[in-house]
Design a protein around this ligand. Structure first.
Ligand SMILES: [Zn+2]
Length: 450
């Protein structure tokens, strides 16, 4: 029988809703962050269930909170990670973004999805295990960090640099990244993330020209524009990884013949051709299977009738984990050199990934299938970046999952009217508690038969 058999999940959902509303009322807009009040709020809640925590800080106004639920220590610890800071509210809200408003069964506020609700799910997983005094094989750590939205310099990046030794006691981490999606065709799909893309920012620049615009233009602006146009017209390379193949195979069961036959053989040349052409046509597929490029800044000229003497563009490339920094740079440099345009790298963060053939990923999959509204679970590549990458560098196996179903294409994360349905918060708390319980009570050495 489940350890949670006597838990009234509606009551947990109600309590979690109250905690989330209060958490949303703590304005942790980054910049400046001011996450201390959020950390003290979480610490006080944990203390009520006898869970001790400590603050680790580079900047006293922006600490990070680590709470440990004790276990037998037969396995390294499991870390539950979320960030307490949020992006600025911005315009266009129908409610006050830091009032913790509940309306029509939804909780509204900046951070309702990214990612205070995840923090509340982690918190309740820990509190329930503490309240039920469940014996654990390993410690479970709740880690709330500052400064995720602006690179983690006061948060995860600093922690992983200054307290690397601490995290050698942990082996797995659950953080943000993956969600569930309700597709336009009515199907829904859980997409826990096992990997995330890298970032490569390139500055393209050209000089020369100048003079009266009546002479006609063939100067730096035209040259940079031609490079950008050729890059955007180029068909991107499509990476079909073993994880993508696995997802194609799982789709086969739901497709009709002859597509079902093709999808069941992802390595066949015909399937590869089909997938390549789909990835080039479909924006979502392209995001998942290709390195993407976007022009995010373009500057040249000062007056309508004067030829510019310089032009500068910024290209934001998101590297697929199977792509290489040098290869991406070479593709851009090849086009740039034809026009005498200079390419300079301004930022690089490598892609990161964790294996999916692990006991923890099996637990995620099995729990989502059992408790979610859909049996379909596919390991996903997260197209953005999260703090998980810093912990992967330390050797932790990291997955991203906010167990909430979101409508495909809705952009409330970082946009106005960010909100979460209370019933989804309740189900999320249950899914998270069951995952953490299973992961903290399993003995990997037994499972592997060693
Ligand atoms: Zn986030």
């Amino acid at each position: 029988m489940s350890v949670f058999a006597d838990i009234d999940w509606r009551e947990v959902g109600r309590e979690a809703g109250e905690v989330l509303a209060e958490y949303l009322r703590i304005d942790t807009t980054n910049p400046p962050g001011n996450e201390r009040a959020a950390m003290e709020f979480l610490a006080a809640l944990l203390a009520r269930d006898g869970v001790e925590s400590e603050l680790l800080a580079q900047d006293p106004a922006r600490p990070n909170l680590l709470a440990r639920l004790r276990g037998a220590g037969r396995e390294p610890a499991l870390v539950l990670l979320h960030h307490a800071d949020v992006v600025p509210a911005g315009p266009g809200w129908s409610v006050e973004p830091f009032a913790g408003v509940e309306r029509d069964g939804w909780l509204w506020g900046r951070g309702a999805l990214d990612c205070k609700s995840l923090g509340v799910m982690h918190l309740f997983a820990l509190r329930l295990l503490a309240r039920l005094e469940v014996p654990l094989e390993r410690e479970v750590w709740l880690l709330s960090v500052s400064d995720e939205e602006r690179g983690g310099g006061a948060g995860a990046q600093w922690l992983c640099r200054e307290h690397a030794g601490l995290f050698s006691e942990a082996s797995d981490l659950l953080g943000e990244g993956g969600v569930g999606l309700q597709m336009p065709n009515g199907e829904s799909l859980w997409l826990p993330s096992y990997a995330e893309k890298g970032i490569l920012w390139l500055e393209l620049s050209a000089q020369g020209g100048g003079g009266h615009a009546a002479l006609g233009g063939s100067g730096p602006a035209e040259r940079v524009a031609r490079v950008l146009a050729r890059l955007s017209e180029k068909a991107p390379e499509v990476f079909i990884t073993p994880e993508a193949e696995r997802n194609l195979r799982s789709l086969a069961g739901r497709a009709r013949f002859p597509l079902s036959l093709l999808l069941s053989r992802p390595r066949s040349p015909l399937t590869r051709r089909l997938v390549r052409s789909a990835a080039r046509k479909n924006e979502w597929a392209r995001t998942l299977m290709c390195t993407t490029m976007a022009v995010t800044s373009l500057e040249a000229g000062a007056a309508e009738n004067q030829l510019p003497t310089s032009c500068r563009a910024i290209l934001d490339c998101r590297l697929h984990p199977a792509d290489r920094r040098e290869a991406c740079l070479a593709r851009v440099a090849e086009e740039a050199s034809r026009e005498g345009v200079t390419v300079r790298e301004t930022l690089y963060a490598p892609p990161s990934r964790s294996p999916v053939d692990t006991p923890l990923f099996s637990i995620l999959t099995e729990t989502l299938r059992r408790l979610g509204p859909t049996p379909h679970v596919a390991p996903a590549l997260f197209p953005g970046t999260t703090d998980n990458r810093f912990f992967r560098e330390l050797g932790l196996c990291c997955y991203g999952l906010l167990p909430v179903m979101l409508p495909f294409g809705q952009h409330e994360v970082h946009g106005p009217d960010e909100r979460i349905e209370r019933s989804q918060l309740e189900r999320g708390c249950r899914i998270m508690a069951e995952i953490v319980h299973a992961a903290a009570t399993a003995r990997r050495s037994q499972e592997s038969g060693a």
